[in-house]
Design a protein around this ligand. Sequence first.
Ligand code: AVJ
Ligand code: FE
Length: 449
Amino acid sequence: EQGEDALKDLIADELGGVRARSFGLTTDVLDGDGLTSQVSPLMSPLVWDLAHVGNYEELWLLRAAAGAEPMRPEIDGLYDAFEHPRAERPSLPLLPPDEARAYIGAVRAKVLDALPSVRFDTANPLTSGGFVYGMVVQHEHMHDETMLATHQLRKGAPALLDPVAEPLQKPAAADGRDEVLIPAGPFEMGTSDDPWAYDNERPGHMVDVPAYYIDVEPVTNAAYLAFMEAGGYDEPRWWTPAGWEWRSTTGKRAPAFWTKEGGQWLRRRFGRTEPVPPHEPVQHVCWYEADAYARWAGKRLPTEAEWEKAARWDPVLQRSRAFPWGDVYEEGRANLGQRMLRPSDAGSYPSGASAYGVRRLIGDVWEWTSSDFHGYPGFRSFPYKEYSEVFFGPDYKVLRGGSWATHPLAIRGSFRNWDYPIRRQIFSGFRCARSAVAGGRGGGVPPQG
Ligand code: AVJ
Ligand code: FE
C-alpha cells in the first residue's frame, strides 16, 4: 500500500512534468499558424500532437484503466495515428489550440481524480507496477521529442530559447582508446522485470555474441566531414544498392540542415545558423549515410545485440543493468531531457561510461544499428499491437540510446526505437563496430554498388 501510494505520487509528478514540457513546445512559444500549420509532410501540425497525447491519455488512463465513458467520441478518429498519416493531418478538422488545451486539461483533471482508486495489483497487467501510466508518460515525452524535430524543421525566427547550458560534465582527457574489445560470450538482452518497459523490450533472453570492437564515442562531425571530403558521397562502393539509390535520387551530399558558405560548413539549429561544431556527434544522418561511412572507415554498424551488450552487460556481476553505469538513472551521467538543444562534445559525461568503458551510449544522439526491427523470441504484443508489432519486418532499422531530446523516463539500455532507413529529421547519429575475427571487418552488408 505504502509503495503504491509513493508510486502514485511519482506518477502524478511525472504527468505534471511532461505536460509542462509539452506546453513549452507549443502554446507557450507559438500561436495561430505556428501551431496549426504543417512545416513538412513528415510532421504533424503541433496542435495535432498536443491533442493526440491527451486523447491517448483518455483512451488508456480513463477508458481502459478507470472504466470511464468516452468524453468526445467524435474526435477519436482525428487523433488516431493509423487512420490519418502525418501528411493528411493539416487538412483534418482538428481542435483549434484553445480547444485542444481545454480538452487535454479536462482529461488530465479526471485522470488525477481517478488515480487514487485505480488498483495496481499484479492480477491486472495493465496497471501492475503502474505500467499503463508509465506508457502514457513515455508516450507524451516521445511526442515532445517529435515536436522538437518539427521545431528544427520550422523556417523563420527561433521559437525556442537556447538554454546554452554547459554539459553537466566537461570533456575528460582522451584516454587514447578509439574502440574497445568486447570479448565473446553471452549476455542478457531485453528485460523481463522492468515494470515500465515496452512489449518490444521483452522478454529478457540470453544472446551469445562473438567478440567485436565498438567505438568508445559516437562518430563526430569532424570525422564525418573527413568522409565527405574523401568523396564518400561519390563512391558507390561504400553504399548498399538501396543507399546509392537514395543518394542518387535525393542528391544529398551532407547531413540534413548543413549548408556550405564561403568554403565553410554551417548548420541550422532551431532557427539559428552556426559553424558545424567539430567535436559534436554528427546528427541528422540517415541509416544509408551511417552505413556508408562505416564501410569507408573499414568498419560497420553494430548490431542491436552488440550495442546493448556494450551498454548493459556487467562482465564481473554477469548480469545486464538498466543503464551503462548501473541500475538507476542518475542526473549528470548523460545528455538527456533537452537541457541543451544539441548533443555534447566528444569526451563529455565520462561517468556515463559502461562497464566496458564505452561512452555516451545513452543521450546525445540516437544511434543507428544494422538490425531490422523484430520481436524477441517469446514476444507477446502488449497492450496493443500497433505500438510495436505492426512495424516488425525489414522496412525499419532499430536505433538505440536516445538523444539529447529524449527524456530520462523514456530511455534505458533496453529501449528500442525504429525508423525508415531514409529518415534524417530525427536526432540520429551512430557509432561503428567491427568483428574481432582475424582479418575481417565481417558482418556488414556486403557492398554491391
Ligand atoms: C517509438 C518513436 C517510433 O513516434 O512513431 C508515438 C512512438 N508510438 N505514438 C513514434 C509512438 C505512438 C513511436 N516511436
Ligand atoms: Fe502517439
